[in-house]
Ligand binder design. Structure first.
Ligand SMILES: NC(=O)c1ccc[n+]([C@@H]2O[C@H](COP(=O)([O-])OP(=O)(O)OC[C@H]3O[C@@H](n4cnc5c(N)ncnc54)[C@H](OP(=O)(O)O)[C@@H]3O)[C@@H](O)[C@H]2O)c1
Length: 314
């Protein structure tokens, strides 16, 4: 039977967010065309045009990006700005040229000023200086948001942009050199348990507050907005609450079943004290997260254990 639902292309479907969006849409029987990641390099304009011309999708989710934690952002700032600017510009421009009906661009909460009031509202974008450690990445993401808005204004393209908080879940990056705080903690705690170590060492004081959203909630929100939102302004997607790194480490210790000690290396930098998104806009539109932190961590750890030899640098 021919589907009456829009044909969807998910750029970056080998990644954590892209694969979650595919799972979410496939559960509703959308015809989803996947993208084999870097093997089809989206930094090349001709490659992108030919790829999308061959697929002729009606919806595009732009979840391909160069992503990483503080170490990777500091070590490879040029790659973070170049790769992201190229990929997103090529995909968005091809969507415009090929008259794609709707495109969703994934931004990130690091687009907000370093000293933005908490929780961070959508209107704080471009109101102050950025956090220096990931500025090239944040500037690329801001350029993507502004590009989507410009294409809407000049060409009437139905491009929307979202701003997710820190994400975690299946297909996360557990490589300690490039991962974010949560997968890094999960892996370190697991390895400490397996090696019967006395302690896990954690960077910083543990006092900073961070917000985390399970990637399946994010995918659900993206599907919701694709169906229900057609405006130029960005939309925050988060869990609506934050947790200290200390409490996160304690929760992970329980989920993993590690009996040793948590030791904080407090001479290492903590980053900003709090990062929490204001999610009142998306909740007013009718969407809410549904996966609690403990349940989300338990299923992520289960996934990690099953995929330990296959996930990135495991
Ligand atoms: N992770 C988070 O906590 C978080 C938070 C907020 C926003 N986001 C946003 O969500 C989006 C997806 O993030 P993610 O966590 O899913 O990242 P990810 O797991 O690292 O996935 C990135 C995807 O992009 C692909 N990719 C990278 N370079 C490419 C290239 N040159 N050509 C083609 N494909 C390329 C990767 O392919 P390979 O598999 O071949 O590497 C992979 O499919 C990003 O825009 C990110 O900014 C993520």
């Amino acid at each position: 039977m021919i589907s009456t639902k829009p044909r969807v292309f998910v750029a970056g479907s080998t990644g954590m967010v892209g694969s979650a969006i595919c799972r979410r849409l496939e559960s509703e029987n959308y015809p989803v065309i996947k993208h084999p990641g870097r093997k089809v390099d989206l930094r090349n304009q001709l490659t992108v045009y030919e790829l999308l011309d061959g697929i002729r999708p009606q919806w595009v989710f732009l979840a391909a990006a160069r992503v990483g934690g503080i170490f990777a952002n500091s070590a490879f700032p040029a790659e973070f700005i170049y790769d992201n600017l190229m990929m997103q510009s090529n995909v968005m421009h091809a969507c415009y040229e090929l008259k794609v009906e709707k495109m969703l661009f994934l931004g990130s909460s690091c687009i907000y000023p370093r000293s933005a009031p908490q929780p961070m509202k959508e209107e704080y974008l471009l109101t102050g200086p950025l956090e220096p450690t990931n500025k090239p990445y944040a500037v690329a993401k801001i350029a993507g948001i502004v590009m989507a808005q410009a294409y809407r204004r000049q060409y009437g393209a139905n491009f929307i942009s979202v701003t997710p908080s820190n994400l975690y879940g299946p297909f996360d990056n557990f490589d300690l050199k490039s991962s974010h705080v949560l997968p890094a903690l999960l892996r370190k705690t697991h390895e400490a348990k397996v090696s019967n170590a006395e302690h896990v060492q954690i960077w910083g004081t543990g006092s900073v507050l961070r917000e985390f959203l399970h990637v399946d909630d994010l995918a659900d929100a993206c599907a919701f907005l694709m169906k229900n939102y057609d405006e130029m302004e960005i939309v925050n997607i988060g869990s609506g609450y934050d947790i200290s790194v200390l409490d996160l480490a304690k929760l992970i210790k329980e989920v993993v079943g590690f009996e040793g000690e948590l030791r904080f290396k407090s001479d290492m930098p903590d980053g900003v004290q709090q990062k929490l998104l204001d999610i009142s806009k998306i909740t007013a539109l009718g969407w809410r997260p549904s996966i609690g932190m403990r349940a989300g961590l338990e299923s992520t750890y289960e996934w990690y254990l099953k995929n330990i030899g296959h996930c990135r640098n495991s």
